[in-house]
Ligand binder design. Structure first.
Ligand code: SF4
Length: 243
């Protein structure tokens, strides 16, 4: 089986400029928010690229993730891999155990497949609530969303001021898939083994499947749902002011 690097890594025109822009944006964000900025790393390849940049540039940006209790072993394996490679202790935020027990007891372990409301309720307790704790006390956060990911992400800016006054940075918003894997190749970035099994976008195990050649990169997320519903709510806030 070919690796994602073999499949996608390619140096295209403007690659160095896009990397330099992402690095400059990260540096500036770290300077402006020293000690109060966090990278929300979902442990997909984009998150790993940003963690690599933070480590390589020695920026004072914390690295955190959400462990929903439903992640693949391949995803969880990146937490010790980040520690081993970069010496960074990833902050891990988990859902409230009582809420999970209550929800699963009432609706079952497969509730997400039965209605959009139950799927969103599962995302709310396993992702949105822990995300609030991940962001508490931070004045800014960094995410690896890219415009290429999907139609709903086509206008992702480099920077947004959220309603609560927190700043959000998207350093690789304009990167292509070829850019991401070219960066991984050049810097030997550890990445999620599921990517090599045709999982371009990786979320919780029950809600993620592999895609076929030519399918939208996010087609494997909540594959039984249609269109704009296919987000968990972590990135749905109004986004303004691109830099
Ligand atoms: S992605 Fe699926 S398992 Fe994960 S929190 Fe959302 S509904 Fe639950």
């Amino acid at each position: 089986m070919s690796s994602s690097i073999q499949r996608f890594a390619r140096k295209t025109r403007g690659f160095e400029a896009r990397v330099a822009h992402a690095e400059a944006l990260l540096r500036e964000a770290a300077e402006d928010h020293g000690g109060r900025i966090v990278q929300a790393n979902s442990l997909g390849v984009e998150g790993m690229v940003l963690t690599d940049m933070i480590a390589r540039l020695q920026l004072p940006v914390a690295v955190a993730t959400l462990d929903t209790g439903k992640l693949h072993a391949e995803t969880l394996a990146l937490i010790p891999a980040i520690r081993a490679r970069y010496g960074i202790e990833v902050e891990v935020f988990r859902p409230q155990a009582e809420q999970v027990v209550h929800f699963v007891g009432r609706h079952g372990d497969d509730a997400m497949f039965r209605s959009l409301e139950l799927r969103k309720a599962c995302c709310a307790l396993r992702k949105l609530e822990p995300m609030q704790r991940l962001l508490a006390g931070r004045s800014a956060w960094v995410t690896g969303l890219r415009r290429e990911h999907s139609e709903t992400r086509r206008h992702v800016p480099f920077y947004a001021l959220e309603d609560d006054g927190r700043e959000k940075f998207y350093p690789i918003a304009d990167w292509t898939e070829a850019d991401v894997w070219e960066y991984v190749k050049r810097h030997d970035v550890p990445y999620n083994a599921l990517h090599d099994q045709w999982y371009p976008s990786i979320g919780c195990a029950p809600c993620t499947r592999a895609v076929s050649a030519g399918e939208d990169p996010r087609a494997g997320r909540w594959w039984w749902e249609q269109g704009a519903a296919k987000e968990c709510g972590l990135h749905l806030r109004p986004e303004v002011a691109s830099a």
